[in-house]
Structure formats: structure tokens, C-alpha cells
Design a protein around this ligand. Structure first.
Ligand code: PEP
Ligand code: MG
Length: 580
């Protein structure tokens, strides 16, 4: 039994067999074979070992000519290792005894050796782990004939164990068969974490080396609520988690019962709860969960799944179908937020050394005006279908906002000339997700109808902590005193300008923060659909007076730990223990 602690990304408990995707996306599921297939698997193994050995030998000769004996010696180790009859016999015995495939048996044996090498204190031996990894990939490529199996078509329920899943892979996932995610990298607000919450799939991220320690087919428990992953659990542990899983499901069912109850504090303050979505098909589920509309539609997800930029018609189709599905409820269309970890193939190769600070989001749109105008045309055309708002992301300066608005005005003129209907008075808002925007929120608020605080990026930029990097995840806290000061500042700016302020970062969906946010003056929160019932439950259990007291108190703290402990204690006073 191996227990690993990572970062909780999506709550709930999942139990099932692991499907390990290595960095080259090979699926090595544990498949039982019929005894009559053993001979064929042994032939596959031998052929793959021989082909790999030859490949390495040729590589060594070529390298020694080009770079000298010393460099080519690296491959001497590879060649000897692959040619070792002990390795071949161990793998062959596993195929025969366990009736498994050559790919599985080989990958299992190499994983075992990697673990053993890693445990040796000698740094020379430790370094050989990378070589073993390299060898494993080479031989697997031959065994599997270079075919990369497709995670979009799974045949059985599995827990996906991977180094990382990109947002573009994530949107193509076969949702039906995925029980949970276990990822080496990522933090609480990395896009993969957001997606897994939207999919309601228990997920633990930031585990560093889960792909090396868990083998395909092993039974895995994913405790997404506490950020724990257990491979090959003993019976007592398994039973304990099965009970927890049932308890969590009962809790979720109870929450679903709150769907049609109003989000109103005990002392009568109504709060607007909206949903964040990535795809138009999610609108239905968002309303089902009790959301009063869509506070953030991340339209870039339409661009992530395909190799080409979607046409105006395709975009219009997606936006208008979301608006129609909302049946008159508000839908906030955010303009393209591509870049950083949300790279579309159609954007071409990016050379930004530091993509989070690079040519992303609105900056990218303002430099690719044709693409931006097509995008805005599709949005404007959808405004006649219901209550649409348009929101610009990643604003850092007043000039950017003015440029974006001028482009929108140009597109409006074009549509008018072509007699294409749209709503001229569509409300225009911006996201406040850079410290620069927070600091000039007063001026920005003069030129828009609403502000929406994006705490995911605002935290990353304020604290200079990459939101997707597990190595600094412990420093990523939206409740940091610096953040709280910025939040208060934005709220005041909105209030002075008479402009509505909402919050659509992940913070909005975590009940630990609800009292603080209400206390700071927020009356509108947008979150993953699945978070709506839990946040509503908290709102219905507290009073605005209490929230204001809590906000006043935490604004005096100077350490984020202090803030979090206090907020947790306050939330625990009103919510049942299963919520944490
Ligand atoms: C944010 O940054 O808080 C936000 C909501 O946008 P995204 O998570 O899509 O960057
Ligand atoms: Mg953002």
C-alpha cells in the first residue's frame, strides 16, 4: 500500500483501477490474456527487445562518431540493460505467470526497477532512473507499434494517473469512464483542477511522481477532498474509503435538495449565485444546480479542442446555444482568454519565454484583430437571443480597455451596415485579475457596466506564484492579507462608481470563503456549477452581520495561515463536518 499526499483539486472519493498515461500518452492497462496468447506476447517482447537493442547500438555508433566515446558511453548502459537475459526472463515469467500483456509486464518491471534505483543513496545510481525511463519508452514504442491509444475512447471506468492533462486533452475526454484524476503537476486553480471540478471528478494534483509510483491496473483510492491518493490499499483502508464515498454521496444528495431554495442569509440578504462554464452544453447542468445564470463562460474552450480557429458561424452557434439554453437568464460571455496554459493548436507555436506574462488573452486578441473581430461579431449576434453581457479578461491598463471597446464599436458599425441585428446596449464589463487593474479600478469602473474579480489570476500575479506549479502551491493563497486589501479596494472602487462588482475566481465556490466575501460587500458570486448548492447552504446558515464581523476581523490579520484558520473555524460553526 502506497499513500501519497498531494493538493486537493476536486472533492469526493473515487476508487478504481489506475490507467497510467506516461508522458508519451501510452496507455498500459492491465489486461488479462488467454493462456493461448502467451506465446504471441513472448514473441512481441523478444522482437521489441531486439529492435530496441539494435536502435541503441546504431545510435551509439553514430554518436561516438559525432561526439566522441564519452557521450556514446551513456548508450552502452542502455544497450547492456536491454540485452540482459535476466531482464528478458523476469518479464517473460510475469507474462506466463500473471497472464498479462508484454507491454504491461515490461512497464511493471521497469517501474519496479526505477523505484529500487531511486531508493539507493548513491547519486550515480539515482541518475540511472532517467535512463530506465528512457529505455522503458523505447521498448514500449516497439511493443505497442507506436500507436497511442485514445483517452477519448475508454472501455471501462478508470482512475487516470498522468503527469499532466492539458486543457485541450481535457475537453476531449471520455467523461463517462473517468472515475478520478491523479496528476504529478498542478495547483488548486490550475485549469485542469477547474475542469475536474466542473466534471465533478475527484482529483488530486501536485503529486510529483505519481506516474512512477503507480502502475497501470493497480487499485487506487483518490480522496479528492483531502488531497490523498492510496495505491493498492489494504482491506481495512478500502472499506473505510468505501464508507466515506457513500457518506460524501449522501451529502451531495442532501445539497441537491437545496436547488430551488433561495440563496438568502438568515437576516434577509439575498445573494446572486451564478455559474462558470467552459462549454455551452453545461448551461443546463448549471441551472439544474440552482445557478441564476452564467457569470463566466470561458469561450476559449471552443478553440482548444480543434486544430483550426472556429469560424464565425461555429462560434455564433456555440454562444447562441448557450444563451438559448439559459432561457432568459443572464449569460456573461468572456472574450478569448487563450495563452499561458490554454494554448490552442491554431495559435501556432508560441515562443514566449514566460507565457503567463506573455502574449496571452486580450493582448493576443488586440494583436490579431481579424480573429478578435470575428469573435466579437459572433458574440454580438448572440445578444438578440437573450440576456447577454460581454466581458474582457486580463485588463492591465485603461488603454487596453479603450482599445477593446473601440474594436467592439467597429464591429457594431460593421453589423449595422450589414443590417445584422444585435443589442447595441449590451452591458460591457471587465475582469479584474491583474494587480494593475485592481489599483486603477476606480478609473476602469468609470468606463464599464460591471467588474468581475478573477482571483485565480489576481492571486498568481499579486503573490508572484504560478497558479499551476505544484512546487509553489503552498504559497498560493487567495486569502493572503495582500489579496484581501486588493479585494477591499476593488469593492470600494465599484461602490464609488455605482458599478456592480462580482467575483468569479475559484474562491467564489469554496464555502470557507463565503462569509468573508459577503462581509467584504460581494452580493454576486460565480462558481463551478457543482459548488452552487454548498455555497448556498452556507449563505442560508449565516447572517450578513456575522459576515461583516468576520471580514473586519480577518482584515486585521497579517499571516494567511491565521486568516484561513479563522475562516475555517467560522465556517465549521455553521456547516456540517462532511463539507471539509
Ligand atoms: C480567474 O483568473 O480568476 C478567472 C476566473 O479566469 P481563469 O480561471 O479562466 O483564468
Ligand atoms: Mg483568469
Amino acid at each position: 500500500m502506497i499513500t501519497k499526499k498531494g493538493i486537493s483539486a476536486s472533492p469526493g472519493v473515487a476508487i478504481g483501477p489506475a490507467l497510467v498515461l506516461d508522458t508519451e500518452e501510452y496507455r498500459i492497462p492491465r489486461r488479462t490474456i488467454h493462456p493461448s496468447q502467451v506465446a504471441k506476447e513472448l514473441r512481441t517482447l523478444d522482437a521489441a527487445l531486439e529492435a530496441s537493442r539494435q536502435e541503441v547500438s546504431e545510435l551509439r555508433t553514430a554518436l561516438s562518431r559525432k561526439m566522441g566515446q564519452q557521450t556514446s558511453a551513456i548508450f552502452e548502459f542502455h544497450e547492456k540493460f536491454i540485452a540482459d537475459s535476466k531482464l528478458r526472463n523476469t518479464v517473460a515469467a510475469k507474462i506466463e505467470n500473471d497472464l498479462c500483456t508484454a507491454a504491461y509486464a515490461f512497464s511493471h518491471e521497469l517501474n519496479r526497477q526505477q523505484k529500487a534505483f531511486r531508493a539507493v543513496p548513491d547519486p550515480y545510481i539515482k541518475e540511472r532512473v532517467t535512463d530506465l525511463f528512457d529505455i522503458e519508452k523505447r521498448v514500449l514504442r516497439h511493443i505497442l507499434g507506436r500507436t497511442r491509444e485514445d483517452i477519448a475512447r475508454l472501455s471501462e471506468p478508470v482512475v487516470i494517473v498522468a503527469h499532466d492533462i492539458t486543457p485541450s486533452q481535457a475537453v476531449q475526454l471520455d467523461r463517462q469512464h473517468i472515475l478520478g484524476f491523479v496528476l504529478n503537476v498542478g495547483g488548486q486553480t490550475s485549469h485542469m483542477a477547474i475542469i475536474s471540478r466542473a466534471l465533478r471528478v475527484p482529483t488530486v494534483v501536485g503529486l510529483t511522481d505519481a506516474t512512477a509510483e503507480i502502475s497501470g491496473g493497480e487499485m487506487v483510492i483518490v480522496d479528492g477532498t483531502h488531497g490523498i491518493v492510496i495505491a493498492e490499499p489494504d482491506l481495512a483502508t478500502l472499506e473505510r474509503y468505501q464508507a466515506l464515498q457513500q457518506e460524501y454521496e449522501r451529502f451531495e444528495t442532501r445539497l441537491r435538495g437545496l436547488r430551488h431554495e433561495p440563496a438568502i442569509t438568515r437576516d434577509g440578504q439575498p445573494i446572486s449565485l451564478l455559474a462558470n462554464i467552459e462549454l455551452p452544453q453545461e448551461v443546463e447542468a448549471a441551472l439544474e444546480a440552482g445557478a441564476e445564470g452564467i457569470g463566466l463562460y470561458r469561450t476559449e474552450f471552443l478553440f482548444l479542442g480543434s486544430d483550426r480557429m472556429p469560424t464565425e458561424e461555429q462560434q455564433y452557434e456555440a454562444f447562441s446555444s448557450a444563451v438559448r439554453a439559459a432561457r432568459g437568464k443572464p449569460v456573461t460571455l468572456r472574450t478569448l482568454d487563450l495563452g499561458a496554459d490554454k494554448l490552442a493548436t491554431s495559435m501556432g507555436v508560441q515562443h514566449d519565454h514566460n507565457p503567463v506574462l506573455g502574449l496571452r488573452s486580450l493582448r493576443y486578441c488586440l494583436l490579431n484583430l481579424d480573429l478578435f473581430k470575428t469573435h466579437l461579431r459572433a458574440m454580438l449576434r448572440a445578444t438578440v437571443e437573450g440576456d447577454v453581457r460581454i466581458m474582457f479578461p486580463m485588463i492591465a491598463t485603461l488603454m487596453e480597455l479603450r482599445q477593446a471597446k473601440a474594436t467592439l464599436a467597429d464591429v457594431m458599425e460593421d453589423l449595422e451596415e450589414e443590417s445584422i441585428p444585435f443589442r447595441r446596449n449590451v452591458p460591457i464589463g471587465i475582469m479584474i485579475e491583474t494587480p494593475a487593474a485592481a489599483l486603477v479600478a476606480d478609473a476602469l469602473a468609470q468606463e464599464v457596466s460591471f467588474l468581475s474579480i478573477g482571483t485565480n489570476d489576481l492571486t498568481q500575479y499579486t503573490l508572484a506564484v504560478d497558479r499551476g506549479n505544484e512546487r509553489v502551491a503552498h504559497l498560493y493563497s487567495p486569502h493572503n492579507p495582500a489579496m484581501l486589501k486588493l479585494l477591499r479596494m476593488i469593492m470600494r472602487a465599484g461602490h464609488r462608481a455605482g458599478v456592480e462588482v462580482s467575483l468569479c475566481g475559484e474562491m467564489a465556490g469554496s464555502p470557507i470563503y463565503t462569509q468573508l466575501l459577503l462581509g467584504l460587500g460581494l452580493r454576486k458570486l460565480s462558481m463551478a456549477p457543482k459548488d452552487v448548492p454548498e455555497v448556498k447552504q452556507l449563505i442560508r446558515s449565516t447572517t450578513l452581520a456575522d459576515c461583516q464581523r468576520i471580514a473586519r476581523k480577518v482584515l486585521q490579520f497579517d499571516a494567511d495561515r491565521q486568516v484561513l484558520n479563522f475562516l475555517r473555524d467560522e465556517a465549521r460553526k455553521v456547516l456540517p463536518p462532511e463539507a471539509f
